[in-house]
Write a protein that binds this ligand. Structure first.
Ligand code: SF4
Length: 259
């Protein structure tokens, strides 16, 4: 891109300042590429179809968000059937610590759970006993298969969502915890804080991953014990992050409507 084109872009008023600070960096799935200066500077695909792609992505994420409640109901029913307690809290490596160490426990546990989830998913997909990831590379494999239902979230979509957020959840939580320590020292209470913004991106990744696992749970009943375990980890993590960052859910991410 030429220097004058960059200057023109920077001066344009179509961009939302700082939109890329609290996004998930998944530009191919982003509903706001047209409002993102970063994207316009690095990507060649801001062509005539850009608006259509943004809208398609917006619809996709809305669909996944709407699925969360139903997914949790289905997951709870399945868990009950299998005698799995989804809400039982998972202990970390330093559970039972006392004194100052106990205060650090919550931090350790969040990082431990997020890392454990990411590793567990790698192992599971490597094993992939039911060929889920292999199947997901086939185009047009939709939840219920028929053309009329192609607007459903497909296996391919679900696997992509899980894979995208798998490690990012941990990265965002590490940043949130790191920022929380610094921001506490600086005492800037009246401003939205970076820790909440980063925790919110992690929470969005957790919620979307749970919905995506719900799609796989429905389609691959033979894997339900494993899938429930992945969801149990995410559910544990979600509860702990919500509790450690109570303002994260209401953090207003510039340019996104999930605020
Ligand atoms: S806001 Fe969207 S387009 Fe911009 S960097 Fe983030 S994900 Fe990519």
């Amino acid at each position: 891109m030429k220097k004058e084109d960059i200057v023109k872009l920077v001066e344009s008023d179509r961009f939302i300042p700082g939109i890329y600070n609290y996004c998930d960096r998944w530009c191919e799935r982003c509903p706001q590429t047209m409002r993102c200066l970063n994207y316009s500077m690095i990507d060649k695909h801001c062509g005539p179809d850009a608006e259509k792609y943004d809208l398609t992505n917006e619809i996709f994420w809305q669909k996944l968000a709407e699925m969360l409640k139903l997914t949790m109901e289905m997951v709870r029913d399945t868990a009950l059937e299998m005698g799995v307690d989804l809400d039982s809290m998972i202990d970390g490596p330093d559970a039972g610590a006392t004194g100052p160490e106990a205060g650090k426990n919550v931090v350790h546990l969040i990082v431990h759970l997020a890392k454990h989830y990411a590793d567990q998913i790698d192992v599971w997909f490597q094993r992939d006993p039911y060929g889920i990831e292999t199947q997901s590379t086939k185009p047009h494999l939709h939840v219920l298969g028929s053309a009329e239902q192609q607007d459903e979230v497909s296996v391919r979509d679900a696997v992509e969502v899980i894979r995208w957020y798998q490690h990012q959840i941990n990265v965002k939580l590490c940043r949130a915890l790191d920022s929380a320590g610094k921001e506490l020292d600086e005492s800037i209470e009246e401003f939205p804080i970076d820790a909440d913004g980063s925790a919110k991106v992690a929470l969005i990744g957790i919620d979307r991953s749970i919905s995506a696992w719900g799609v796989l749970l429905k389609l691959f009943p033979d894997s339900k014990a494993d899938i429930l375990e992945h969801i149990r980890l995410l559910q544990n993590l979600r509860t702990r992050v919500d509790s450690a960052f109570p303002k994260a859910r209401s953090f207003a991410r510039p340019g996104f409507v999930d605020n």
